[in-house]
Write a protein that binds this ligand. Structure first.
Ligand code: KG4
Ligand code: ZN
Length: 354
């Protein structure tokens, strides 16, 4: 039996079990992450963040990200095994993110995972990063089952997804230009804040004194029926406001502007998520992605869901941003729902669709 035939056999024998261990790797952007999970339970979650390295460039530099993944991946793996007091021989499945993300960054984690799987003769499962973000909710709420809606808001995506089953996911609305996280990062640069912009804007906005003038920013598609988003106009409005004030010699209250920007983004995201529930009749909404670590968004969603009698699933902030546990749990769900092991020729796909 060749490697792939052995993998099929091994994976088939695991499908009905939930007590085997998955070792997962996530390297789609600037976090080198390794986790070991059992079912929907996380045994260990190691994240080697590159934020400090990319900070001085104001954003993630893809080539630097790949090089640092190569440097960190092995020690992250060793650290994960050591802190869980496990050996590679205890692992049953290897999983890794295969897209979407930065090509070079994805390749480091993916090739490492495939090499491990081949050497250990274990089944390998390539995971879509977006499905990983959704699966973060299964860790926080082990009893959560589809159907539910997912508001996925990250640095590269802003989508409202209808999760009918683990493999049947459709997009009800998406951004037509920038992702919300991208808008946070770009506006943070305009406000001289460091990368990543989301937490920096959140911190500045929290210092708003509730007295200074509120800046009115555009609310694209406010009265339209569809569930799409647009954030680039809001970013341009912030740029224009700052440029006009500078030309006129006027001062801008940065904490008030950060607060107005954050409010606008949260209002738009919340409005569309609630509208999606009304449209589909689905009364469960799960949040996913880095921007869902934002406290104001969590508050807006909590209040609106209570008012509309919707059950809200909020993963802890650490599970909203990139991590490998979500990839391991996504792999577990894929295996349970009958997926075949991935071929070792599986390539990284920077624009992999759900
Ligand atoms: O999901 P994630 O870690 O990586 C991607 O898959 O993109 O999301 C990163 C994004 C960045 O744009 C970052 O600025 C944003 O999430 N973010 C936040 C917060 N924490 C991270 N945005 C708003 N408020 C936050 N607290
Ligand atoms: Zn992500």
């Amino acid at each position: 039996m060749n490697y792939y035939q052995t993998s099929i056999k091994k994976l088939n024998s695991l499908r009905k079990q939930d007590d085997y261990l998955i070792l997962s790797i996530e390297s789609s952007c600037d976090e080198t992450a390794v986790a070991i999970t059992r079912g929907r339970t996380v045994l260990v979650d190691v994240i080697e963040s590159q934020i400090d390295i990319h900070k001085k460039y104001g954003g993630v530099v893809p080539e630097i990200a790949s090089r640092n993944h190569s440097i960190k991946i092995d020690s992250a793996l060793t650290k994960a095994l050591k802190s869980a007091n496990l050996k590679l021989s205890d692992i049953s499945v290897i999983a890794a993110t295969c897209g979407p993300g930065l090509l070079g960054a994805l390749l480091v984690g993916l090739c490492h995972a495939k090499a491990l799987a081949y050497a250990l003769k274990l089944p390998f499962v390539g995971i879509n990063h977006i499905k990983g973000h959704i699966a973060a909710n299964y860790i926080a709420n082990p009893s959560l089952q589809p159907p539910f809606l997912c508001l996925l808001v990250s640095g590269g995506h802003t989508e409202i997804l209808k999760v009918t089953s683990f493999s049947d996911i459709i997009c009800l609305g998406a951004t037509r230009d920038d992702a919300a996280g991208e808008a946070f990062d770009k506006v943070a640069r305009l406000l001289n804040l460091s990368y990543p912009g989301g937490p920096a804007i959140e911190k500045l906005a929290s210092s708003y004194d509730n007295k200074s003038p509120i800046y009115m920013l555009p609310h694209p598609f406010k009265n339209e029926k569809h569930l799409d988003f647009s954030f680039s106009g809001i970013k341009t409005a912030v740029f224009n406001l700052l440029t006009i004030a500078k030309n006129r010699g006027e001062t801008v209250n940065y904490s008030s502007l950060a607060n107005s920007f954050e409010n606008t983004i949260c209002e738009i995201l919340t409005k569309n998520a609630i509208a999606a529930s009304q449209l589909t009749g689905i009364k469960k909404i799960a949040l996913a992605g880095g921007v869902c670590a934002n406290s104001k968004l969590r508050l807006y969603m909590s209040k609106s869901c209570i008012n509309s009698n919707i059950e809200l699933f909020l993963p802890p902030k650490s599970l909203c941003t990139d991590n490998a546990s979500m990839i391991g749990v996504a792999a577990f769900e894929e295996i349970k729902s009958g997926t075949k092991p991935s071929d070792l020729e599986l390539d990284a796909d920077p624009s992999l669709e759900i």
